[in-house]
Design a protein around this ligand. Structure first.
Ligand code: FES
Ligand SMILES: [Fe+2]
Length: 445
């Protein structure tokens, strides 16, 4: 069997339905025009499932998470029956925001303006001068406006459309792919939330293609520009690309391509990963390509005793290879056997040339493992989970790879404003971008 044989992959990770593209022209105005932003806000965002919160951050009744999203803000609240319900974060008296606190615990939400008190199930229980309302006492009558809420993979998802189909139907084949990893048990080790001066779709476009990997991310030390330091083969010829009917995309790239220096010695992080799994990486000098099966075997043999309970559910390629998903409309993840690189872009409330970008990392959480946790920004100590860190782009590093990505986001935002740009001229391997824009357009019909 050839290591570059794409058919091998397809037999293991069966292709999705891969619907035909319509051939939409993707012009620059959709990245900077207020009109296009309004169309998205009026027709698309109120209809889609959005990944918004994390169940384990609000474990007890009354615990809540507030998440801003464009012009809206939502409260996800753990109820007395342990379920999570979500509400618009807005008082029904005269529209004040109830809280700007992003995480907390409350018995009631007391509006800072006139003091109306809302119970965690959304009922109004106290209003000043309640007898003075010609339309009747608002208590027991008014409720916070609720939004549809479901949970999956430990995340809280909301949909502003009360008639939305179930989250499972929405996720389609992504649901089955992710279930095996037991992601609900994983813990967050990086949580950077950054204001970025570009349209939110520039970020999703970038995560919808691997064409930029050799030019933007190729480390100088690499022997060929098709190799990533983790030993992933980034050539489109050996990459599996999939589109789902639901509008989500997947890309699978094989590891074990061998990440070697000129003398054939393996490089980090592959070098250290082999040591962590009790292999001698020097035995693989000049034979990087053989590391893939060796790591799979080591994880298979030693994973369970180290507490990696999900390995039994994973196929061999899921133990080593790069599985990348883009979930329509605004979420992307690189999913590794032990890492969930959470990449989300949220629109700015009013400015189409700004957005909020989340660069987070969740790691599997085996009970017995004390090895360091490899994240997007470096190595973390196991058990040292991350609180949320809000900042402006440039104030801190997002990790080498994402710093490289954000630099091109800005370049592209500037260029897309130009009269000199007509439309994108896509490569075949960039078809997921066209599909993404065609999905957005489908909400305008
Ligand atoms: S706006 Fe909330 S109590 Fe008046
Ligand atoms: Fe990138």
């Amino acid at each position: 069997m050839s290591i570059t044989d794409l058919e091998w992959y397809k037999s293991n990770s069966p292709s999705w339905k891969n619907p035909d593209l319509k051939g939409l022209d993707v012009d620059g105005s959709r990245y900077h025009s207020k009109e296009f932003m309004d169309k998205e806000w009026n027709h698309m965002w109120p209809k889609v499932w959005l990944l918004m919160g994390r169940e384990d951050e609000i474990p007890n009744p009354g615990d809540y998470q507030m998440e801003e999203f464009g012009r809206e803000s939502f409260l996800m609240i753990r109820q007395n029956d342990n379920k999570i319900r979500s509400f618009y974060n807005v008082c029904q008296h005269r529209g004040a925001r109830l809280t700007f606190n992003d995480l907390g615990s409350a018995e009631t939400f007391k509006c800072p303006y006139h003091g109306w008190q809302w119970r965690i199930d959304g009922e109004l229980i106290e209003a000043q001068d309640a007898e003075d309302f010609p339309e009747g006492n608002p208590c027991g009558k008014l409720k916070l406006e609720e939004v549809k809420t479901e949970t999956f993979a430990g995340f809280i998802w909301i949909n502003m459309d009360k008639n939305a189909s179930s989250l499972k139907d929405w996720l389609g084949p992504v649901w089955d792919d992710w279930e095996a990893y037991e992601i609900h048990k994983w813990k967050r080790y990086v949580a950077q939330t950054v204001n970025v001066p570009c349209n939110w779709k520039i970020i999703l476009d970038n995560f919808n293609e691997s064409y930029h990997l050799p030019t933007v991310h190729a480390p100088e030390r690499a022997v060929t520009k098709r190799r990533m330091p983790s030993g992933v083969d980034t050539s489109y010829r050996s990459t599996q690309f999939d589109l789902s009917d639901e509008g989500h995309n997947r890309m699978i790239m094989r590891a074990g391509y061998g990440s070697m220096q000129k003398d054939g010695k393996l490089e980090d992080p592959l070098y250290s990963v082999m040591q962590e799994w009790d292999m001698n990486p020097d035995d693989y000098t000049g034979k990087g390509i053989e590391t893939r099966e060796a790591i799979q075997k080591a994880k298979r043999d030693n994973g369970p005793e180290r507490g990696y309970t999900h390995y039994k559910n994973l196929r061999d390629e899921q133990l080593t290879d790069a599985f990348h998903y883009t979930l329509f409309p605004n979420f992307a993840v690189s999913l590794w056997a032990d890492g969930f690189h959470f990449l989300r872009a949220k629109p700015h409330p009013t400015n189409p040339e700004k957005c909020v970008f989340d660069n987070w990392w969740y790691s599997s959480n085996p009970d017995k493992e004390s090895a360091p946790v490899r994240t997007t920004v470096g190595i973390s100590k196991r058990g040292e989970y991350a609180d949320r860190d809000f900042f402006e782009l440039g104030e801190k590093s997002l990790g080498q790879t994402i710093d490289q990505d954000t630099a091109v986001f800005i370049l592209q935002q500037h260029g897309l404003r130009s009269r000199g740009f007509n439309r994108a001229y896509f490569a075949g391997q960039e078809k997921r971008i066209r599909r993404f824009h065609e999905m957005i357009e489908s909400y305008f019909e």
